[in-house]
Write a protein that binds this ligand. Structure first.
Ligand code: ZN
Length: 115
């Protein structure tokens, strides 16, 4: 399955391929404020369609995850990082997928505050 995601104004857009079975809601200081619902995929399944320079990067805590957000509209459509085994991952904010009912995806609560 192929999905397309974007920020609100469209300056940051991407395609992601995979089977979206479950999303993650995290209670860390970032996710609890943002309200993102995340879907982790191997980085190869993620393709940024717009210029790298239209998204800014924010990191905090261990600086392991790059939170990418649109410089114009401020929406955070994805993040990128490395999993514990060293694989490059993308974290898709499924609320940013186009023509997709994110409400239908089961959500798992994750205690990110403890990380
Ligand atoms: Zn934007």
């Amino acid at each position: 399955m192929k999905y397309r995601g974007s920020c609100q104004c469209g300056k940051v857009a991407y395609e992601v391929e995979g089977e979206l079975k479950e999303a993650m809601a995290c209670n860390c200081s970032m996710c609890s404020r943002k309200g993102s619902l995340l879907w982790f995929v191997p980085r190869e399944q993620f393709k940024l369609l717009t210029s790298e320079s239209d998204a800014a990067t924010y990191t905090f805590n261990k600086h392991a995850i790059e939170h990418r957000f649109c410089k114009s509209c401020g929406i955070h459509p994805y993040a990128q990082g490395t999993d514990p085994r060293g694989n490059k991952m993308a974290a898709i904010n499924i609320r940013c997928l186009e023509n997709f009912e994110f409400e239908t995806v089961p959500v798992k609560q994750v205690n990110g505050r403890a990380f």
